[in-house]
Design a protein around this ligand. Structure first.
Ligand code: SAM
Length: 261
């Protein structure tokens, strides 16, 4: 693939010590460091992966951020779903372009971005969020990532426990008490549809799974936890990293059927 010119958008700026900064480029603005500054207008002229010198002759490399760079650099007010879990939710939830997807809550919009990338402009994503400040903030975060307002995405400020409008192919949940939503799936999740819930603690998982079973509406109920273990590869020192992010949450996947056996 040809190198892409950066233009006025988000960039990662990386110094020689691998310190990374995410910056939104604006005409006539400056990126300031302890080693001088760099004009945004000069960065905008570069190609992905190029280097540039600051006013004090320090070298920096410029990249377009990946999804992981972007979501891990969001200044967070709510816990996001980390990329390893977002990836698994999309795969186990069998989310593909063209589907009608519902998500709740929106939080910082990290999972919303992952879903919208998968939909790639086909189908739709509706996000229910109870807090208007989170809804507004997530809207901005999502718009900044895509450099536009995404036409097939709607954020609605509402309590999903009270009900769902419409019928969805897939539902992805990241909120504390998803068992309140199960009754709404009778009319709002398509038959054969899949719901994936992200829950941090065992008591939440037990209550949710028991209620899914009691509803008689679901089969293939699968509970799992994903642990990603990074390794250090440094000369003779080849071993798992000393520090790992150990537990994030459990994923519970369930598929809807019309009636029980
Ligand atoms: C952990 S955050 C979601 C983070 C999001 N998945 C992300 O990756 O950025 C949980 C969100 O659920 C919202 N929430 C909690 N209860 C809700 C409800 N009953 N209806 C809608 N949203 C709810 C909270 O306000 C919060 O924004």
């Amino acid at each position: 693939m040809d190198k892409k010119q950066i233009g006025y958008k988000l960039v990662m700026i990386i110094d020689k010590k691998d310190r990374e900064y995410m910056v939104q480029l604006k005409p006539k603005a400056r990126f300031s460091t302890t080693h001088g500054f760099i004009e945004h207008d000069l960065i905008a002229e570069l190609f992905d992966g190029d280097t540039i010198m600051s006013s004090m002759s320090h070298t920096y490399r410029i990249y377009t951020p990946t999804y992981i760079n972007y979501v891990m650099n969001i200044k967070r007010q709510a816990q996001i779903i980390y990329p390893k879990d977002a990836a698994a939710m999309l795969m186990w939830g069998d989310v593909v372009a063209g589907q009608k997807v519902l998500e709740s809550g929106v939080g910082q919009g990290a999972l919303s971005i992952a879903i919208l990338r998968t939909l790639a402009g086909q189908g739709s994503l509706t996000s229910y969020e109870i807090r208007d400040d989170f809804a507004e903030q997530a809207g901005k975060i999502i718009e900044t990532y895509f450099c536009e307002k995404v036409p097939n995405h709607t954020i609605e400020i509402r309590d999903i426990y009270e009900g769902i409008d419409g019928v969805y192919d897939r539902v992805l949940l990241d909120l504390p008490e998803p068992w309140h939503i199960i009754k709404h799936f009778k009319d709002s999740l398509a038959n054969g549809g899949i719901v994936v819930a992200y829950l941090p603690t065992v008591p939440q998982v037990v209550k949710y799974v028991e209620e899914l079973k009691e509803s008689g509406m679901f089969f293939n109920i699968d509970t799992s936890e994903l642990i990603r273990r990074p390794w250090n590869i440094e000369g003779q020192s080849v071993r798992p990293a000393t520090w790992i992010y150990n537990h994030s949450a459990f994923l519970i996947v369930a598929r809807k059927v019309t009636n029980s056996f």
